[in-house]
Design a protein around this ligand. Structure first.
Ligand code: NAD
Length: 488
């Protein structure tokens, strides 16, 4: 068991209240760490540090190349510590080791991508009258509050920090109260990389108090939030205090549309991976599989034949493909949705319960669950469950598939399976979602924009788009005539 402190103004400190929170391994209920439980007053201290670092510090005045080099260094340090970070991620949030290793490597890539992008932030020049010059410069938005969830702790921290730092901002990052450990370890690496004090502050604490202060504090210029849609709305309300810039990465109820002319084996594989990777605790999970009626039985039979290959267990054990859910409370929420599905009349065709065996008794394990014959109006087809629960919804025509797919308040991700490229592209163009796939599910790249339509969020992270949210745009007009204009 390790006792952590939090990283504020280049120092490691406790919460002012001295309160701590116990961090539990969701796979065996062991106490793995204690972290400071901060409140509003701790955020205020961190905000002052970030404000001073932005207003007076050297960070925003470094050349882009110098900032970029810091990001490359952070990337290198993440790679050096990748084994330890991946194992810690598994212990803290439950995911299988292979997935955690992928996340850590992707986090390092993210810092590298934005390290390179730092030197490519360009302005514009304009065609204006001959007696003037006019141009546009991009400047850092300022002090950023960043709030992240528990499902990809280090990766989400990297998606937030890397573009902000590349742009020249200073940051107060608050990880989820459930999964703060790799963000604190990252802060140690950032300290080792030698960033000036106050540029990155990592404060641990809950949404109530700490998170609310980050959203509403008037010294903060921008809040970047990833989490649930209900929380996102509260963050937006808090941010209205000083009309700070806001980006939101929220939930999803994503359609994975399978046409009869697809490669069946690939769609079976892709359907399971879409729904059950990371225990289904993925904003972009393909939690609704829409299948053309003539293929319905073959797809469902194929998924049932393969589902036992999803080996459950503690994420550090070899061969495990699905770990525990992040907390007992979250497990209960997902289980309550399974009861809702049964009551609504959907057909439970596998899972729906906790696995048997003493190795599972102390962890928040739940078997991968599939409901068949789900109607689009059922709650399990409409609400984000955020666990290993897949709804199978049959459809008859392409138009009906599109209608069902878009009949949701969310618009994060979507996929189409078909060998007919005309149909696949035609359908993709009609889907109201920000991240889409054809004949695959889940792969995404640091170079590409991530984010949703409708109530799945505001703005985009990653890629060239991802840095936009951390930049202001200033026009500079220069008069080339020395004489007064004599307007009056
Ligand atoms: P959550 O909304 O409960 O919490 C997210 C973060 O917000 C946490 O750090 C929490 O402490 C903080 N928070 C809670 N209440 C707050 C408040 N009133 N003010 C400010 N901060 C507050 O979400 P979660 O359960 O941690 O994560 C699951 C959700 O995240 C899902 O809905 C999922 O879809 C979403 N998510 C979205 C993306 C994306 O890229 N779109 C990625 C990952 C997760």
């Amino acid at each position: 068991m390790k006792s952590y402190r939090m990283f504020v103004n280049g120092e490691w400190i406790d919460a002012k209240s001295k309160q701590t929170r116990e961090i539990i391994d969701p796979g065996n209920s062991e106490l793995i760490a204690k972290v400071p439980e901060s409140g509003r007053e701790d955020i205020v201290v961190a905000v002052h540090a970030a404000r001073t670092a932005f207003d007076q510090g050297p960070w925003k005045n470094l050349t882009a190349l110098e900032r970029g080099k810091f990001l490359f260094k952070i990337s290198e340090l993440i790679r050096r510590e990748s084994k330890r970070l991946a194992e810690l991620e598994v212990k803290n949030c439950g995911k299988p080791l292979a997935e955690a290793e992928f996340d850590i490597s992707d986090a390092a890539n993210c810092f590298e991508f934005y390290g390179g992008l730092a030197t490519k932030i360009h302005g514009e020049t304009m065609s204006v009258p001959a007696n003037s010059m006019s141009f546009v410069v991009r400047e850092p938005v300022g002090v950023c509050g960043q709030i992240i969830p528990w499902n990809y702790p280090l990766l989400m921290a990297s998606w937030k920090l890397a573009p902000a730092l590349a742009a020249g901002c200073t940051v107060i990052l608050k990880p989820s109260e459930l999964t703060p450990l790799t963000a604190l370890e990252l802060a140690e690496l950032i300290q080792e990389a030698g960033l000036p004090k106050g540029v990155v502050n990592v404060v641990t604490g809950p949404g109530a108090g700490a998170g609310e202060e980050l959203a509403s504090n008037k010294l903060i210029n921008k809040v970047a939030f990833t989490g649930g849609t209900v929380t996102g709305r509260k963050v937006l309300e808090g941010a209205s205090s000083n009309l700070k810039r806001v980006t939101l990465e929220l939930g999803g109820k994503n359609p994975n549309i399978v046409f009869a002319d697809c490669d069946l084996e690939a769609a079976i594989d892709g359907g399971l991976f879409a729904a059950f990777a990371n225990q289904g605790e993925v904003c972009s999970a393909g939690s609704r599989i829409l299948v053309e009626k003539s293929l319905h039985k073959s797809l469902v039979d194929g998924m049932l034949a393969k589902i036992n290959r999803i080996k459950l267990g503690h994420g550090l054990l070899p061969g495990v493909k699905m770990g525990p859910l992040v907390s007992q409370q979250h497990l209960e929420k997902v289980q309550s949705y399974i009861q809702v599905g049964i009551q609504e009349g959907a057909k439970l065709i596998c899972g729906g319960k906790r696995p048997e065996g003493s190795e599972f008794s102390k962890g928040n394990f739940l078997m991968p669950t599939i409901f068949d014959h789900v109607s689009p109006q059922m709650r399990i087809a409409r609400e984000e469950i955020f666990g290993p629960v897949l709804s199978v919804i049959p459809f008859s025509t392409e138009e009906e598939a599109i209608q069902i797919a878009n009949d949701t308040e969310y618009g994060l991700a979507a996929a189409v399976w078909s060998k007919n490229i005309f149909r696949a592209l035609r359908v993709i163009r009609q889907l109201r979602a920000g991240i889409t796939w054809i004949n695959t599910y889940h792969p995404t790249f640091n170079e590409m924009p991530w984010g949703g339509y409708k109530q799945s969020g505001w703005g985009r992270e990653l890629g060239l788009h991802g840095i936009e949210g951390y930049l202001e745009t200033k026009q500079i007009n220069i008069n080339l005539d020395e004489a007064p204009i004599n307007w009056y």
